[in-house]
Structure formats: C-alpha cells, structure tokens
Design a protein around this ligand. Structure first.
Ligand code: ZN
Length: 401
C-alpha cells in the first residue's frame, strides 16, 4: 500500500448508501489529493462522490450547475442524482428564480437535517467522549463516560455503552459512527495496539458494527484530529498534528494527504525514546519514551509537585516541550514541514511547552530553511476528535468532507 492512502474500509452493514469493499481514497472540499488512478469499477463511486461533494460544498445547485462544476455529462448527472434522490441522500429543494424567460431550473441539495453522525473520542484518560453531529459537523448532543482506569474488555464495554447512549440521543437516521482510537489502527478498524487501553488486536470496528447494526469506521485518534484540522481548522496542506491525551500521537498531512505508513503506524511518536538514561518507564516497557514527559497524566503528575511554584511549573512544561521539539526536528527537516498543530489540554500545551517546542525545532534545524515553522494550538478545542470522526464517516459513506 502506498503511504499516501487512507483506508476507510468500514463495515457497512445496515447502510442506506451503496457500498464497496476495499479501499477508498478521501475526496474533500479542500481537496485531499487524489491518490489512486480511477479504475473503471471505481468510476461510478467517484462520479457519485463528485456530485455529492459539489452539493455538500456549494448547497443548492441545478443539474446543469453540477454538470458544469464536475465536468460530468448532463446525462450522467441526471442518472446519478436520480439514484441519490432514491437513496434519500439528495433532495429537490425548489426552483431557481430566473431573470430570463423559460423553465426555471430545479435546485438540488443534500438534506442536511435528514441524517446525523455519531463521533467518538477515545483519546483522553479520564473519560470517553462522544457527540451527535449534523452533516455539517456541528455538535447537536454530547455524552461522556468516565474511563476510571478501565482497560481491555471493560474499556470496550464502556465504548459500547457510550455509543448506545449517543444513538438513543440522535433525532434523525444515523449515517454512521466514527471512532478516533488511540494506538495503531489497521485499515479494517482493528486496534492493533493501544497500550493505554490495554487493547491488542481488538476488532473494535467489527464489535461496534455487530452491536449497533450501523456503519462504523475506526481510525487512529491523531489522524482523525488531523482530518478535523484540515476540514474545519485552518491547517496548511503540510502539517503535523500532535495529539496529547492519555498518550501522545501524531497525524501527518503532506501535500494534503494523510500519511498512514506501511503498517498503519505513521505518527506513533509517543513511543520514540528521547532519553533512556533520565526517562521514566513507559507503559510500552521502554524507558524515556516521549510519552513519559508529555502525556496528560504524566504531565499532571509531575506538575502536582510544583503546584505553587510558577518557576518549577514553567521548567516542567519547557522540558516537555524540548523533548517534543527533539522528536519533531528531524521530521521537520526531512519533509520541510511548515506547521505543527497541538491538540490537548491548553493549560498544559499553550505556553512554555509550545514555546520550547518551537525553540528546540529552530535550534536543531537550519533556520534559513525551517525558521518559518509555526507551532500553534488547534482552535477546535476538545471537540477535535469527535468532529474529525464525523469527517471520517462523511468520507467513508458519501465520499465528501
Ligand atoms: Zn513507550
């Protein structure tokens, strides 16, 4: 598999939409670069996605507008829109007021209130978070379940409970369930390894699909956050998103394409050893992984000792930032990265930690080429993963985002 492919091969039992086994690339409003040649069998899905993307981005359009915008023939557009109307994914919304005489064009749109999406965020260590979202990625309802140290099957049971709770709060048919999970996640939605939740080879996507009878897609939490930053934030098309929560992960977007890696482990920077001599033992068994300085529980524990000492607090946060910068500097240099986006508790990340990260990257790379790099907080706050999970569902089910 090319590193540029994102695999969103959700199980689609119970889906209203037509489905296709295997791999499908993302197409988005801010277009993620097409990565595969379109094969003849992909043609219809591809054209269908073009029509849906046009309507999703632009709203009320006539069939002629869609043909002009997509380059598809009028006949193809008529055929596809008829099928989409039958599926309930497109509706006729009325006729356009025309200045000139003649029959006014019928306008089409995606019925944005007709479906909802469930987004689940498993990246935090105190709680599992979820939301019901509309097709524009706006949050309609929220729910949380305390994690309370649960691991393994207990953690899985809490995810199932949270998802059932959210399904019960949806007020429209559910297009799909998107889940951002920590750890290394196979394209089939199997969590290959998430040490913080005690999951090894857990088929989370399969379990949720069979429990819910809904389309489910599970992907790595940092990759999901990177999708949100790309769709709803202000990300460059070359960007690395660092997700700090229960652990530390990264999503890497290059030329608008999410890098998945040969074995789905791209961005697993949390278990890169930065200082085996000084570092604490990590949950993975090694000493001095980045995560032992940077994860939320580790940082909070270290800061607890410096509760009334601002200087000591700054020192702890700066040290964590230096370790992050040390891990990121070679990445910045290797791909000429221009932007690092941090996601996690702002009281920990936004300040000395982010400054030390930037300073370390600059010190360790050639400033004349990499000096323009920025390190900033996401503006999507704590909703970044649930909103990214909605993007995941939109791209999997409709080919849009
Ligand atoms: Zn580790």
């Amino acid at each position: 598999m090319a590193s540029s492919e994102i695999h969103l091969s959700a199980a689609v039992a119970g889906s209203r939409t037509s489905s296709r086994e295997g791999v499908r690339g993302l197409t988005t409003g801010r277009e993620l670069r097409p990565r595969n040649k379109v094969l003849p069998r992909d043609g219809r899905w591809h054209n269908r996605s073009l029509v849906l993307q046009t309507l999703y981005s632009a709203g009320g359009q006539s069939r002629a507008d869609i043909a002009r915008g997509t380059g598809l023939t009028r006949v193809t557009v008529s055929d596809l829109t008829a099928a989409l109307i039958a599926e309930g994914l497109v509706v006729e919304t009325g006729r356009r007021e025309e200045a000139r005489p003649g029959k006014p064009a019928t306008l089409l749109d995606i019925p944005r209130g007709a479906f909802q999406i469930i987004g689940i965020d498993l990246s935090e260590y105190r709680l599992l978070r979820g939301a019901v979202l509309d097709l524009d990625g706006q949050i309609l309802a929220r729910a949380e379940v305390p994690l309370a140290g649960s691991r393994g099957d207990d953690a899985t049971a809490k995810v199932i409970a949270l998802t059932h709770l959210l399904v019960s709060r949806a007020t429209a048919p559910i297009l799909g369930v998107g889940v951002g999970s920590p750890g290394i996640v196979h394209s089939s939605g199997v969590v290959l390894g998430a040490p913080n939740l005690g999951w090894y080879s857990v088929d989370l996507q399969g379990i949720l699909t069979s429990r819910l009878s809904l389309p489910v897609v599970v992907a790595n939490d940092a990759n999901v956050a990177a999708l949100a930053e790309h769709s709803f934030g202000d990300a460059d098309s070359d960007m690395m998103l660092i997700k700090v929560g229960h652990g530390v992960g990264a999503g890497l977007l290059l030329a608008g394409t999410l890098v998945m890696g040969n074995r789905f482990a791209a961005g697993e920077v949390g278990h890169v050893v930065v200082d085996a001599e000084q570092g604490a033992r990590c949950i993975c068994g090694k000493f001095g992984c980045l995560e032992t300085w940077l994860s939320t529980p580790r940082l909070e524990a270290t800061l607890a000792a410096a509760i009334d000492d601002d200087d000591a607090r700054t020192q702890v946060l700066s040290e964590a930032g230096r370790q992050l910068g040390t891990v990121l500097a070679p990445v910045v240099a290797a791909v000429n990265l221009s932007e690092v986006v941090l996601s996690g508790p702002p009281e920990l990340l936004d300040g000395p930690l982010a400054l030390a990260t930037l300073d370390t990257i600059r010190t360790r790379t050639r400033a004349e080429f990499y000096g323009g790099i920025t390190v900033r907080m996401t503006e999507l706050g704590e909703d970044i993963v649930v909103r990214g999970a909605a993007v995941l569902v939109l791209s999997r089910q409709l080919g849009v985002s």
